[in-house]
Write a protein that binds this ligand. Structure first.
Ligand code: ATP
Length: 351
């Protein structure tokens, strides 16, 4: 992480008796694309709104750029928020919408305001749209206007609350890469709230995964995916199959796979998790660690085939994804085969 811009320590937030943020501590870097990811109700919007100054908190501290934000109202913070519903004014033009936040600024003359507005529109790819009526824009264009309206105020931190969730899949994917490019270009801190794990993985420098008001893991996308800290995180991000395991004296006995070294600090009943691409169907004559298995289900997706297989000696099923290509046969349910795996692909959790 670069120099911390936002520093949150031991934040506790209640709605009445409901404990919405439980001892949340996190530092967010200057120029970082940071995401808050988690299921509905985990507290990610509450944390974002707390940073924005729309929510108070019972204890803990929130500092932005070295300054304690206690008692600082939302409009005096170096943050700006883009909402899920675009909240643009349909009866105003695009330029009027974008310039709205600048209207009371006495330090800028009319020409400077117009120039700033045009620059913000250019940033979001709406060059020349200033005179259009806001009500006549598509969903994606409206979201860009909302972005430009936030950017024109030159915040240090842009807070984005599920900004793409109202868009269709194609437009959402396009806006994801545009937002990422924009963030890199202007270099300010973006904090994105999303419940969409793919969105978080593709866009973020780091992700905080939240459950029930707590941060369960804070890491870069690759680390979250390949080394989830808890089984909850592993299940929330991507697909993972779990095999029962017994650990004693640094050695694990994993159902269907056999003995292998166990990570430090584990003992007793555990589970070993493996991602679908962590195992593959072995070609005939392959060596290395192999496990006998029966194909239970197969689903053909064109570029790849997804299998469920039962390893011999256990009832647990593993999911495997195999890339298709010339000479790769799709195996039918009932086929006896062997799976290639490597100990590095396994992640252990307490049972
Ligand atoms: P979603 O993705 O559904 O928006 P979230 O993770 O953003 O979920 P929050 O909106 O932060 O979740 O809400 C966290 C919890 O706090 C939820 O259980 C919610 O019902 C509760 N909550 C949120 N706002 C209030 C409020 N103003 N008064 C009482 N409870 C609230």
């Amino acid at each position: 992480m670069t120099k911390p811009l936002i520093s949150i320590s031991n934040l506790q937030k209640y709605y009445g008796s409901y404990h919405a943020l439980r001892d949340v501590s996190v530092e967010i870097g200057s120029g970082e694309f940071f995401s808050l990811l988690g299921p509905s109700g985990c507290g990610k919007t509450t944390l974002l709104r707390t940073i924005a100054g729309f929510e108070s908190y019972e204890s803990g501290a929130l500092r932005i750029d070295g300054r304690d934000m206690a008692g600082v109202p939302a409009n005096k913070r170096p943050t700006n928020m883009v909402f899920q519903s675009y909240a643009i004014f349909p009866h105003l033009s695009v330029a009027e919408n974008v310039g709205f936040g600048l209207r009371r600024r006495t330090d800028l003359d009319g020409a400077a305001k117009v120039r700033r507005g045009a620059e913000a529109l250019a940033m979001v790819g709406l060059d020349g749209y200033g005179d259009r009526a806001a009500h006549a824009l598509s969903g994606g264009q409206r979201q860009r206007v909302a972005l430009a309206r936030a950017l024109v105020l030159e915040p240090k931190v842009l807070l984005l609350d599920e900004p793409l969730s109202a868009l269709d899949k194609k437009m959402r994917e396009q806006m994801q890469s545009e937002l990422r490019r924009l963030q890199r270009h202007i270099g300010i801190t973006f904090i994105l709230v999303t419940h969409d794990q793919e969105e978080a993985l593709t866009m973020s420098d780091r992700i905080a995964v939240m459950f029930e008001g707590r941060i369960a893991q804070l890491a870069a996308p690759q680390t979250l995916y390949s080394r989830p800290a808890t089984r909850d995180v592993a299940e929330f991000i991507g697909t993972m199959s779990f095999l029962p395991a017994e650990v004693r004296d640094g050695q694990a006995e994993v159902a269907g796979l056999g003995a292998m070294p166990a990570p430090n600090g584990l003992s007793g009943s555990c589970v070993a998790g493996v991602r679908p691409e962590g195992m593959s169907i072995a070609e005939t004559g392959a060596d290395g660690p192999l496990a006998a298995a029966e194909i239970v289900e197969s689903a053909y997706f064109g570029d790849m085939t997804s299998y469920r297989a039962r390893l011999s000696g256990t009832e647990a099923l593993v999911e495997i994804s195999m890339k298709n290509g010339p000479g790769v046969a799709v195996l039918e349910p009932g086929t006896q085969t062997s799976l290639r795996w490597s100990p590095e692909a396994l992640v252990f959790f307490p049972a």
